[in-house]
Ligand binder design. Structure first.
Ligand SMILES: Cc1cc2nc3c(=O)[nH]c(=O)nc-3n(C[C@H](O)[C@H](O)[C@H](O)COP(=O)(O)O)c2cc1C
Length: 341
């Protein structure tokens, strides 16, 4: 598939429940990275169909104040294309959170059955739910019965390398009322260090009628085209690469051609938007989370990252960026995966 045919595929309408999106390229949910500032930056470039928040605690959402919450917050203008992801382990609290999400005007709600971080799994949330298929179904059903916005489910292969399990779970999610699936074909203890098994996306896609977004290791447009051809998935979900290149959506879907200074201008803009939304202290923290992915674009990315990480304030960040880009650092076609956490 050539790049222009990838763009033609991406710009085909897709129906999710009773809503239509005009672009099948979406931002994957990422805690600590997919915050309001990154989403604003991505929105300024455009080229996507939906954006997802990082996971929010379902228990907290009914009482959360978006004016002070660092995760359950948004810009009014993004709500029409923003899906809020929640994690939890009880059907009732997941349903209550979904009701608030619907009331606030989000496009949809996404249920996390994929996070394998110990702190989340220990509470029986995220990928731990895949050990309890009946409870997983109950959660999806409870949410489905409580709201009319689209219900998404994001899940992984499970805890063993068994694609049949993923197929069974996909069918369960669909039967319980999910409107779309995002499938990340890795087993739960595998934290992105081995390649995802795209063949399993094909199997999941064939097992259900609802749209399936393929996810995992999409770096270049060629990768996107390959996943579409290989799996026939109905959409692509981009995680880490959207942090490294927030203009990727515009590039893949709308033939946006970045100018030579795109890296510098994007990093400076990221810093500015972070400051618009957060205190200096927190903006520095979030910039440092963004930095490894951004630095993965460069041949001497480790060196650049070290320089950026010395910053204590956003002024330091800005000065460091100026000095780093004075020497026109060499970029890479494929990101340096050692910097992708
Ligand atoms: C820092 C980080 C945080 C993440 N947080 C979430 C999350 O909150 N919810 C979720 O479903 N997946 C989360 N993920 C997984 C991504 O959504 C995605 O499945 C994974 O990064 C693979 O896609 P990629 O190769 O395009 O990055 C996270 C990934 C990263 C790197």
């Amino acid at each position: 598939m050539k790049n222009h045919t990838l763009s033609q595929y991406l710009l085909k309408d897709l129906t999710i429940k009773d809503k239509i999106i005009h672009n099948r390229l979406v931002l994957a949910p990422m805690a600590g990275l997919g915050h309001i500032a990154l989403r604003q930056l991505i929105s300024e470039f455009g080229g996507f169909g939906l954006l997802f928040t990082g996971m929010c605690s379902a228990k907290a959402i009914p009482h959360e104040n978006p004016n002070v919450s660092l995760v359950f917050n948004w810009r009014q203008e993004e709500l029409g294309y923003l899906v809020c992801q929640i994690f939890g382990s009880e059907p009732e609290s997941m349903a209550k959170a979904a009701i608030r999400i619907e009331k606030e005007g989000f496009f949809g709600v996404d249920l996390n059955f994929g996070c394998s971080v110990a702190a989340i799994c220990k509470k029986g949330c995220g990928a731990a739910l895949l050990k309890s298929p009946d409870l997983s179904s109950e959660i999806v059903r409870a949410v489905r019965e409580s709201v009319s916005i689209p219900v998404f489910v994001k899940f992984r292969m499970g805890w063993d390398n068994n694609p049949q399990f993923a197929i069974d779970m996909a069918r369960r999610f669909e039967d319980a009322g999910a409107d779309a699936l995002t499938f990340h074909p890795r087993v739960a203890p595998d934290r992105r260090n081995r390649p995802p098994k795209w063949d399993a996306i094909t199997l999941v896609r064939q097992a259900v009628e609802i749209p399936v977004f393929g996810n995992g290791n999409l770096f270049l447009a060629e990768d996107g085209a390959k996943m579409v051809e290989q799996t026939s998935c109905q959409g692509l979900s981009i995680g880490r690469m959207a942090v490294a290149k927030p203009w990727l959506f515009a590039q893949w879907a709308e033939d946006f051609s970045p100018r030579e200074d795109i890296f510098y201008t994007t990093a400076v803009r990221m810093a500015q938007i972070l400051l618009d939304h957060y205190t200096d202290h927190f903006a520095v923290k979030l910039f440092k989370k963004f930095s490894p992915y951004f630095c993965a674009n460069f041949k001497f990315g480790h060196h650049i990252l070290k320089k950026l990480n010395r910053a204590q304030t956003m002024d330091d960040i800005r000065n460091n960026l100026d000095s780093i880009f004075e020497s026109n650092p060499e970029t890479l076609l494929r990101p340096n995966l050692n910097l992708f956490l």
